[in-house]
Design a protein around this ligand. Structure first.
Ligand code: SF4
Ligand code: SF4
Length: 87
C-alpha cells in the first residue's frame, strides 16, 4: 500500500518529508488550488509498508501521525500485491 497526499487538506508544511525515515516523500514543486505546495510521494516502494495490503498492519505511520492537517491516507490497493507480506 502507498501513502497518498490529499491536496485539499495539505498546507505544505513539509513535516512528513522530514519525518519519513526512508525518504519516501519529497518536497513538491507545484502549487495546489489551495495555494500550497504539497509534497510528492516519489519513492513509494521504499516505504516500510509497501508490501502490505492492510492499513491495520502498518509497521510505520510516522508521516500520517505527524501530519497536522490529516492530509495523508493509505491507498491499500497500491503496491505489489503479488509480493504482499503474509501476516
Ligand atoms: S509510513 Fe513510514 S516509511 Fe512509509 S512513507 Fe510514512 S513515514 Fe515513510
Ligand atoms: S505533513 Fe501534511 S500538511 Fe504537512 S506537507 Fe505533509 S501532507 Fe502536507
Amino acid at each position: 500500500m502507498e501513502v497518498r497526499v490529499n491536496p485539499e487538506y495539505c498546507k505544505g508544511c513539509r513535516l512528513c518529508v522530514i519525518v519519513c525515515p526512508h525518504r519516501v516523500i519529497e518536497e513538491g514543486t507545484e502549487l495546489s488550488e489551495k495555494g500550497y505546495i504539497p509534497p510528492i510521494v516519489s519513492h513509494p516502494e521504499k516505504c516500510a509498508n509497501w508490501k502490505r495490503t492492510d492499513k491495520r498492519k502498518a509497521v510505520c505511520e510516522m508521516c500520517i501521525l505527524t501530519c497536522p492537517d490529516h492530509a495523508l491516507e493509505w491507498d491499500e490497493k497500491a503496491g505489489t500485491k503479488a509480493e504482499a507480506v503474509e501476516e
